[in-house]
Design a protein around this ligand. Structure first.
Ligand code: HEM
Length: 267
């Protein structure tokens, strides 16, 4: 009996993880497409007013520094969103290690820059949402910086096991803003109305809870993933597979909501 459960648990764990990866990467590629079509395209065409489609203060006439930093932020956003998940594909790492190393350096450098730019946008330029949102996303920025530091440090020390673990923590931290949009839209799909927050000020208990859910909780899920992966216990693998399956279904529905309700209408 124990052996039968073990025989189910290992492939289930592997396949649910792959399912999560495919759903997440497809969703992130569509987010990157949105960034390219909205921000890259309008920048190339010199139509900076178009930056204000999502929010009216992204392009502010006369604020050269603020505009440049926002431009840098969204320029890097597309790069990291496309590159990040590919770094975790074992086939790419093994077949073309040189590409993995070059992309890894670009990714880590971009992680530091995008977080620094994000902190500037949050605290100097001012963003929509209340202080809780500002603190939440800043914690996300700090988590990114810490994970990027350890991912590169262990890569340089050739400690591949720890490098890999920090890289997965980093990917989930870098996915925080994407997760925010996806789970925000999942909530909207479920309620079909702004429940638990004020759509004018973009503040409220739901948004506070969402910030914790997308910026902090994924780090615990990654820790659980490695616990289950390295454990001999079939039950741990089964329990984690179930948890990840539920998260993936929520992610898939939220992504469809974000595509139809947020990204496509803006481009
Ligand atoms: C690393 C992954 C990140 C990506 C892919 C990303 C992506 C984006 C995108 C696409 C926008 C434009 C808004 C939109 O069209 O949806 C944006 C805006 C913004 N981001 Fe990021 N971002 C990331 C990280 C961060 C971090 C770590 C911070 C804060 C520390 C941050 C703070 C901001 C702020 C403040 C804005 C402007 C929002 C406003 O003024 O209301 N971002 N980001």
């Amino acid at each position: 009996m124990k052996q039968a459960i073990q025989a189910i648990a290992i492939p289930l764990f592997r396949n649910v993880t792959r399912f999560w990866f495919i759903v997440t990467y497809c969703g992130q590629l569509i987010f990157a497409y949105y960034i390219l079509m909205l921000y890259y395209k309008s920048t190339v065409l010199g139509d900076f007013e178009k930056w204000n489609t999502a929010s009216p203060h992204f392009y502010t006439k006369g604020d050269v520094v603020g505009n440049l930093i926002f431009g840098l932020h969204v320029a890097l956003a597309a790069v990291v969103t496309i590159l990040g998940p590919l770094q975790l594909v074992p086939k790419i790492r093994n077949k073309v290690p040189g590409i993995h190393r070059i992309c890894g350096r670009i990714y880590i450098f971009s992680a530091f820059l995008i977080s620094a730019a994000g902190l500037y946008l949050t605290w100097v330029r001012g963003a929509i949402g209340g202080p809780f949102s500002a603190i939440g996303i800043s914690i996300n920025g700090l988590i990114i910086i810490v994970c990027a530091f350890f991912a590169i440090r262990y890569a340089m020390q050739r400690n591949i096991k720890l490098h890999n673990q920090w890289a997965v923590h980093l990917l989930l931290a870098m996915s925080g803003v994407w997760l925010f949009r996806v789970f925000f839209m999942l909530w909207m799909v479920i309620h079909r109305a702004p429940v638990g927050f004020d759509p004018e000020t973009f503040t409220g208990p739901f948004l506070n809870a969402l910030a914790v859910f997308v910026y902090i909780l994924p780090q615990a899920v990654v820790a659980l993933y490695f616990k289950a992966k390295f454990s001999n216990s079939a039950n741990k693998k089964l329990a984690f597979s179930l948890l990840l399956f539920v998260i993936t279904i929520g992610t898939a529905v939220g992504t469809v909501g974000a595509i139809s309700g947020m990204w496509l209408p803006r481009i």
